[in-house]
Design a protein around this ligand. Sequence first.
Ligand SMILES: [Zn+2]
Length: 188
Amino acid sequence: MTTRINREATVPAHAAAVVDLLNSRAYADLADKLDTAESAAEILRPFGQQDGVPAQQRLDLVRAVRSDLLDLMDARDTSDAAGNWAAFTGRTTSITFQQDFSTPGQVGLRQVTGDPVVGRIIEDVATLITAGNWSRLRFCANEVCRAVFYDTTRSRTRRWHSYEYCGNRTNVAAYRARNAGCDGTSTA
Ligand SMILES: [Zn+2]
């Protein structure tokens, strides 16, 4: 298998915000960013969080939604996924939207009930799904990293959140394994 360095295309803002939310979890050697008021506000700002400390109730729901979405990424290729999506629907029943026709010639979804920040998260996830881009959210193939990234490649085959950081390390390990005690068959 050959690996090409794919030039990074632009990640849409709503996708980048969801990626940052998923990477706010504790992983690798990073602490949970929702545990600190300042970093929590930063993670939630793209979803409309004002300056200041996010309310505990909001943070609890954001944590639950984040956990559901990470489970959904894990379950993507299994029969569990349908059950997980149903559970996600149940998780977000407090959030409802209405079609708003009040501006002539335009229509948009307006949130009617529920936490507005979580509402924006739900809208952004919905946008990813309706555009067929949910599967672009991937875990880094480096087992000690597992950062979530948005795969902008046409083929959707990017493996690492950062080719320079995780890709090279993996390549080096693979190269060493391939060449250990053999004649070093070239696979260029
Ligand atoms: Zn990585």
